[in-house]
Design a protein around this ligand. Structure first.
Ligand code: BES
Ligand code: ZN
Length: 607
């Protein structure tokens, strides 16, 4: 320790993009490191914790450290210049905002370097899902996992909960006997006698990527740097499904430079996980619904892995810049798929994505069709539509097609290098694009018309520019022809169809189908019994819309096990009020708070 009596950093960089979704004051005091000691208590659905934050003070002599919090019970706060001697510090919690939670203000001294907070989480913490044994595959042990994106980290850790702030961390997690704790970090020496697990993340990451899971979990390697974690009953199937991960990683590295996070593992969660996947560094969290048995839904792994470059390495500075994370990631996801499974597969995925985008554009007002979206007064989770994903990816595809792959790939690789471990705004990203690709190449490549890409229109205007090119899938043309034959009552040959071709076929059928046609579909291809959740979800939706009774039991069973929002949301929307309420009454306690909030709103709107 130094002997100086202040912790004022004259050279340190405190500049940061303003984030409307955080109360914190990182422009004055910056949290650099987090030391967590966590005790996971299932009986009370709480985490009892001590967090020690290492901070830098700017020259503007801040008197308080302001953190984000939501529902945390704060027991005591202390400050220290050296991490040895602590003295009690005064704190206050501000007014609670429904979306943002409440600021936690802690008084600090000019020499404060460490801030210690003893606290516990509330059973309703929005980042946490506490599962009963019945909700797991093994049915013996409970399960806990976190989901911090977008602004839920503050419900289990008091911190500067903005994607513009990056921290390193270490943690000691005390888990109940017989259960394993995992974090997206290096596993340091555990002490098995006390069942405590130690983790170290020495690469600076934004708070929304901090993740924890506790359950009956085992590991299976899929390669030297990759593997799966899951409950014992699931781990073998998961390992087989994701056996291409090592190859995916190599493909991505070839395109975008070295994988910087050492390991890439996937944790397969119980089916109530509200998302498809979450790109927690070194340890993607994933829904078990992608385990179809034939690798047909592994685009999800390609997607979360792609975030190791777009999102985790180069991060959106605010939630209005979310498209920088997701649009780039969808583009890269499809490049990885192309490398592994060929152009035909990648183009089918792109075409399905384009359909999603068209549907999404129809159901959102112009202001929400803008990539750099205005989220004032709103929960950033509301900005997570298909628009940042698919419009963002289409924008990059367009640049690629104008400048050619070779140039675009080189540019993108340099972009990740240039901004590695930084959080950047849309403006910063576009400036780098203009300077290093658009401007340079319009001089050296006279045949390239850079004006074919109106960057401002793509990023700041609603809808799609007229020059936007729709992906074309040859495979889908042939599906379309067969679909027309089927509608005429003819038999069609579907033996060679992949999941993607099935999805295109089902989506292409008329909205209204009479009972005879519904029965014909089900009888020919046993869709109600499908073990592919993507196909099943599409089919069940059609079944509800067309009041096809034989599928209703399956709808109920599906909603009683799966909590993935993408699947359950449209099903509840389609169900009539009586059925929806009856099923939801039973299913609600099984869902994650995020899914609960979504479905609560749908049910309320039916009343
Ligand atoms: N980071 C997202 C998940 C997310 C977004 C969580 C916004 C909270 C707020 C993740 O990478 C993602 O996009 N998941 C998708 C799957 C993907 C294949 C499109 C999902 O969960 O549907
Ligand atoms: Zn994503």
């Amino acid at each position: 320790m130094t002997s100086c009596s202040t912790n004022v950093k004259s050279g340190a960089d405190f500049s940061i993009a303003h984030d409307i979704h955080s109360y914190a004051n990182p422009e004055l005091v910056r949290v650099r490191h987090l030391n967590l000691d966590l005790q996971v208590i299932f009986e009370q659905q709480t985490i009892q914790a001590t967090a020690i934050l290492t901070i830098d003070l700017s020259e503007r002599h801040p008197k308080q450290l302001v953190l984000d919090s939501r529902g945390l019970q704060i027991d005591e706060t202390e400050i220290s210049p050296d991490g040895l001697k602590y003295q009690e510090a005064r704190f206050s919690i501000g007014t609670v905002d429904k979306i943002l939670g409440a600021p936690l203000r802690i008084d600090i001294a000019p020499d404060t370097k460490f801030v210690k907070i003893r606290y516990s989480t509330d059973p309703t913490a929005t980042a946490l899902q506490w599962l009963y044994p019945e909700q797991t595959a093994g049915k013996q042990h409970p399960f806990l996992y976190t989901q911090s994106q977008a602004i839920h980290a503050r419900s289990w850790i008091p911190l500067q909960d903005s994607p513009g702030v990056r921290v390193t961390y270490e943690a000691l997690v005390h888990a109940p006997a017989g259960m394993r704790a995992l974090m997206g970090a290096a596993h340091a020496s555990a002490s098995p006698d006390q069942n405590a697990y130690r983790f170290v993340m020495d690469q600076p990451i934004p708070s929304y990527l901090i993740a924890l899971a506790v359950g009956d979990l085992v590991f299976r390697a899929t390669g030297p740097r990759t593997g799966v974690w899951a409950e014992p009953a699931v781990v073998q199937k998961a390992g087989a499904e994701f056996s291409d991960m090592e190859k995916m990683l190599e493909a991505a590295e070839k395109l975008y430079g070295p994988y910087r996070w050492f390991r890439y593992d996937v944790l397969v969660l119980p089916p109530s996980f509200p998302f498809g996947g979450m790109e927690n560094p070194r340890l993607t969290f994933a829904t078990p619904t992608v385990i179809a048995g034939d690798k047909s839904l592994v685009s999800l792994v390609a997607h979360e892995m792609a975030h190791s470059w777009s999102g985790n390495l180069v991060t959106n500075a605010t939630w209005s810049d979310f498209w920088l994370n997701e649009g780039y990631t969808v583009y890269i996801e499809r490049r990885i798929l192309e490398e592994l499974y060929g152009v035909r597969r990648a183009e089918m995925e792109a075409a399905l994505g384009y359909q999603d985008l068209q549907d999404e554009l129809k159901s959102h007002p112009p202001v929400d069709q803008i990539l750099h979206v205005n989220l004032a007064g709103r929960d950033p989770d509301d900005g997570a539509t298909q628009i940042p994903y698919e419009k963002g990816a289409l924008f990059l595809r367009q640049i690629e097609s104008v400048f050619g792959r070779e140039r675009f790939d080189a540019w993108l690789k340099a972009y990740f290098d240039h901004f590695a471990f930084q959080s950047i705004t849309t403006a910063q990203s576009l400036e780098y694009l203009r300077k290093n690709l658009l401007a340079v190449d319009s001089q050296t490549l006279p045949h390239v018309d850079a004006h074919r890409i109106d960057v401002n229109e793509w990023v700041y205007q609603p809808g799609l520019p007229v020059s936007a090119q729709a992906p074309v899938s040859e495979a889908f043309r042939s599906v379309d022809l067969k679909l027309a034959d089927w509608l005429k009552g003819e038999k069609i040959d579907t033996t060679e169809w992949s999941t993607q071709e099935w999805l295109h076929f089902l989506r292409g059928l008329p909205e209204k189908l009479d009972a005879t046609r519904m029965r014909r579909l089900d009888k020919s291809w046993r869709l109600t019994e499908s073990t592919n959740d993507e196909i099943l979800d599409q089919w069940l939706l059609m079944a509800i819309r067309n009041r096809y009774e034989p599928a209703y039991q399956r709808v109920e069973d599906f909603l009683m096990t799966v909590g993935r929002r993408k699947y359950v949301k449209p099903l509840y929307e389609a169900l009539d009020r009586n059925r929806a309420t009856a099923i939801y009454e039973k299913a609600r306690p099984l869902y994650h708070p995020i899914t609960q909030a979504t479905i609560d709103a749908i049910i309320a709107a039916k009343k």
